[in-house]
Design a protein around this ligand. Structure first.
Ligand code: DAH
Length: 335
């Protein structure tokens, strides 16, 4: 009995260095209620003589307490981090994972297309490398117009260029679809411009075209008014000013009340209280003719806007170059 006690005491010495799974094993093999070695030993006590029972019983109980205390302590030690991880603060919030987000220009383009979808417009896209014919001639822009000048346009070959606007898609859509036509055309356009806070040699445009019998300037104004109030706020004031583009007659410039000063005049709106957001007008009869539609039968309206400029106004972004720089801190703000 005494030997067994000594054996147990040396077996118990392992507790101090045991890992978690070994510790669990030791706990069962020493203290287990059915087959634990110490339990068995205590069960033998009644068979001993009175004298032995007193001394060995006391020792066995001592050992049991010690083993229990040692196991307890080892469990606690294993539960607290030590070594390399000891200085880790478990209560610190984890590092944030980057979630990924759509580019703000994509978000704005999607939203504009969605608003026009509610008015029956479908979304289409077209080629960025265009011919002079589609980019200029079919739109009633003569090749001696300043816009056609090589100073403003990236030519990629004889008679081919990077489109300077999304308007050539008006011609492509009219040639391949029978009215009624209602399309919006987002896409990139190219101009030999500086890269500065308000210009970029490549930027986004969004063209709109509606053609039908009997469409009037009233339909055009109603569609634009609906768009502006949905995109900005319901109380945004919209203004139509006469303007000139060779492919529309009459031509207009659409302005909204300045989002910065609400019309009272500031540096953003150059004290006018209004900001230009798109060029537009009623499709010029000459454009219908050049695109194969009967100019006597059909009327239509067209408009072109710059989603980057519109995003800049809405989110008060001061510099168009931010859209191109790929800085996640900027781009991640627009989800
Ligand atoms: N294409 C013109 C530009 O790039 C914008 C524009 C003006 C488009 C009038 C239109 C329009 O459809 O009717 O400046």
């Amino acid at each position: 009995m005494r030997d067994k006690l000594n054996d147990l005491a040396s077996a118990a010495a392992e507790i101090a260095t045991a890992d978690a799974s070994r510790l669990a094993e030791l706990k069962v093999s020493l203290l287990g209620r059915k087959a634990g070695k110490l339990t068995e030993l205590l069960r033998e006590l009644p068979t001993l003589s009175h004298e032995e029972r007193r001394t060995l019983g006391a020792q066995a109980n001592e050992l049991k307490k010690k083993i229990e205390a040692d196991i307890d302590e080892r469990e606690r030690t294993l539960a607290t981090p030590s070594g390399a991880g000891a200085d880790v603060d478990g209560s610190m919030p984890g590092r944030q994972a980057w979630r990924g987000a759509l580019h703000p220009v994509t978000l704005v383009v999607d939203e504009i297309c969605e608003i026009f979808r509610e008015l029956g417009f479908s979304r289409v896209t077209g080629p960025e490398a265009e011919t002079e014919e589609y980019n200029f001639t079919k739109l009633n822009i003569s090749l001696d117009h300043p816009a056609a000048d090589a100073q403003d346009t990236f030519y990629v070959g004889q008679g081919t260029l990077l489109r300077t606007h999304t308007s050539p898609m008006q011609a492509r859509v009219m040639e391949t679809n029978k009215p009624p036509i209602r399309v919006v055309v987002p896409g990139q356009v190219y101009r030999r411009d500086a890269f500065d806070p308000s210009h970029s040699p490549v930027f986004e445009q969004l063209e709109g075209l509606a053609v039908d019998e009997g469409l009037s300037f009233v339909d055009f104004k109603a569609a634009i008014d609906y768009f502006v109030k949905r995109f900005f706020t319901r109380d945004t004031v919209v203004r139509f000013e006469p303007s000139f583009f060779p492919f529309v007659e009459p031509g207009a410039q659409v302005q909204v009340q300045c989002v910065m000063c609400r019309g009272s005049g500031c540096s953003t709106c150059k004290q006018s209280g209004f900001l230009e957001i798109m060029g537009a007008g009623m499709v010029h009869p000459e454009v219908f003719t050049r695109c194969g539609l009967d100019a006597e039968r059909y009327t239509g309206y067209a408009f072109g806007m710059g989603p980057q400029r519109i995003a800049m106004l809405r989110y008060r972004i001061p510099d168009i170059r931010l859209f191109f720089e790929g800085d996640m801190r900027f781009l991640g703000q627009f989800t």
